[in-house]
Design a protein around this ligand. Structure first.
Ligand code: ZN
Length: 422
C-alpha cells in the first residue's frame, strides 16, 4: 500500500498531465505491467498491461481464471489534467522593458492563485520529424506580478478583478521582446536545433514542492491535488493488487476533464470503451458476451470533493459537509451531475468497510450549482453502473490546493478493495 511519501513524489513528478501519465506508466512498469500499443492488434493479453495515449492511461489486470472469455470489469477512473496556464504558439510579447509570454487559460483556473508565484514550464514538444520530446524545466522561468496595492487602492475592499487576456501575461525577462526568442530558448533547453521545434503543449506550474502542513502534520499542500491525488490512488491500487479470479481490474486516467472531456483521450472519447472491448475480444469472447460483461461491471469515479471551509461554512449543505481527514466522500446529485445511485453508493460503502476506512457524503446546496466529473460521462458512454467519490479538499483549482494527509491513503485502500470486488 502506498505511503504519503509516495504520493508527494508522484505529485512533484507530475508537473503536467503528460507527466502524470508518465508517473503512472513508470509505477506500472515497476510493478511488471506490459505496455501495449493502441495501433497493434491485441491477439493475446498479458496478465497485467497498460496503454498510454496522450496524457491518458488505461491499465488492467486480467481475470485470473484461464479462458474466462468475457469477464466483467471493476474500474477505477480519475483524470490527469488540472486547470493551468499554457503557452501559446506565438508567445513572444512584451513592452516597456519587459519580456513576456502569451498564455492561454486551460480550464476553470482560480486566477488570483497564479499571481506572484515563481513558475516553471512542463509538457511536451513535437519536433519537425513528428517525434515527441518531454519538457521539464524546473527553473524559475516566469511570474505573473500582481499590481501593487498603492496602484490598486480598492483591491482589499472590492476584490481583485483579473482580465484573462490582459492581466495574466507572465514576465520572463527584461529588455525588448523578439519574435522567435521563446522557441530558441526552448530548443536550447531540450538540446535540439531551434528549427527542429515544430509545436508544443506546455503548462506553467508552481515550482513549490508538495509539503506536509500543520503543527500536527495532518495536512498536505500541493498543486494539482485535483485530480492527480486520485490518479495516484488508482495507480497504487492496481499496482499492488492481486489478480481477481472472476473479473478484470481496470484503471482509466483521462485527460481533458477540466475542459469537458470531449476529446480522443477524454472520458467522452472512445479510449476506455475500446480497451474494454479489445480485452474481451482478445480472450475470445463474442460481442454479445462482452456486452453482458459490461452489464455486470462497475466503475468507481474518483475526483476530489469540496471539504467544508471553516471561514465559509454557509457554502455547504449543513447535513452533507465533507470534513477533512474523515475519508472519501460519496458524491450524490439526483440531477445526475454525479453518477452515484443508491446501489452504487452501497457498493462503495462495502468497499470502505472491507478496507476498514471511513467514508462520508457530499450533496451540494439547492441554491449552489453542482460541478460534474468523469463519472456521469463514463456511465453514459459505457452503460456501466458508477459511483462518484472524492477526498475532501480546499482551494480546488488553485495553483496550490490543500487536503488532509489521511484521506489519500483511505482512498487508495478503498480503491484496492473496489478492484478486489468487495
Ligand atoms: Zn477534478
Amino acid at each position: 500500500m502506498g505511503t504519503l511519501d509516495d504520493l508527494i513524489g508522484y505529485l512533484d513528478d507530475s508537473r503536467s498531465p503528460w507527466h502524470a501519465a508518465g508517473s503512472t506508466a513508470a509505477a506500472l512498469l515497476t510493478a511488471g505491467f506490459e505496455p501495449l500499443a493502441l495501433g497493434d492488434d491485441w491477439t493475446e493479453l498479458p496478465a497485467a498491461g497498460f496503454v498510454a495515449s496522450g496524457a491518458s492511461v488505461v491499465a488492467f489486470r486480467t481475470a485470473g481464471v484461464d479462458g474466462a472469455g468475457a469477464a466483467p470489469f471493476r474500474i477505477v477512473g480519475a483524470h490527469t489534467d488540472s486547470p493551468c496556464l499554457r503557452i501559446k504558439p506565438r508567445p513572444d510579447v512584451g513592452q516597456l522593458g519587459w519580456k513576456q509570454l502569451a498564455v492561454e487559460v486551460y480550464g476553470g483556473v482560480l486566477l488570483n492563485s497564479w499571481l506572484d508565484r515563481d513558475l516553471g514550464i512542463a509538457g511536451r514538444v513535437v519536433l519537425r520529424d513528428g517525434s515527441v520530446a518531454d519538457v521539464t524545466i524546473d527553473d524559475a522561468v516566469c511570474r505573473i506580478p500582481q499590481l501593487a496595492i498603492h496602484l490598486d487602492r480598492d483591491v482589499n475592499d472590492k476584490g481583485l478583478v483579473l482580465d484573462k487576456q490582459q492581466h495574466l501575461t507572465p514576465v520572463w525577462g527584461s529588455g525588448t521582446a523578439r519574435q522567435g526568442e521563446f522557441r530558441e530558448w526552448l530548443a536550447a533547453q531540450i538540446e535540439v536545433a531551434a528549427g527542429d521545434v515544430a509545436w508544443w503543449e506546455l503548462c506553467l506550474f508552481d515550482r513549490t514542492p508538495a509539503s506536509v502542513l500543520g503543527a500536527d502534520s495532518s495536512l498536505l499542500a500541493a498543486g494539482r491535488l485535483d485530480n492527480q491525488l486520485s490518479c495516484w490512488a488508482a495507480t497504487d491500487a492496481i499496482a499492488t493488487s492481486a489478480a481477481a479470479a472472476d473479473h478484470h481490474q481496470v484503471i482509466a486516467l483521462f485527460d481533458h476533464e477540466e475542459v469537458g472531456s470531449e476529446s480522443t483521450t477524454g472520458a467522452a472519447g472512445p479510449l476506455l470503451e475500446q480497451v474494454l472491448e479489445r480485452m474481451s475480444l482478445a480472450r475470445g469472447a463474442s460481442r454479445s458476451a462482452h456486452l453482458a460483461a459490461l452489464a455486470r461491471s462497475a466503475c468507481l469515479s474518483a475526483d476530489n470533493a469540496h471539504a467544508v471551509h471553516p471561514n465559509y461554512p454557509e457554502r455547504h449543505e449543513p447535513g452533507h459537509r465533507p470534513i477533512v481527514n474523515q475519508g472519501p466522500a460519496l458524491k450524490i446529485n439526483s440531477n445526475q451531475r454525479y453518477a452515484t445511485s443508491a446501489g452504487t453508493a452501497a457498493s462503495f460503502q462495502r468497499a470502505c468497510e472491507a478496507a476498514g476506512v471511513p467514508w462520508q457524503v457530499f450533496v451540494s446546496r439547492n441554491n449552489m450549482p453542482c460541478g460534474s466529473t468523469i463519472g456521469p460521462i463514463t456511465a453514459t458512454r459505457l452503460g456501466i453502473d458508477t459511483v462518484d467519490v472524492g477526498i475532501p479538499q480546499l482551494s480546488m483549482h488553485s495553483a496550490r490546493e490543500l487536503c488532509g494527509v489521511d484521506d489519500p491513503i483511505h482512498l487508495a485502500a478503498a480503491a484496492t478493495a473496489w478492484l478486489a470486488g468487495a
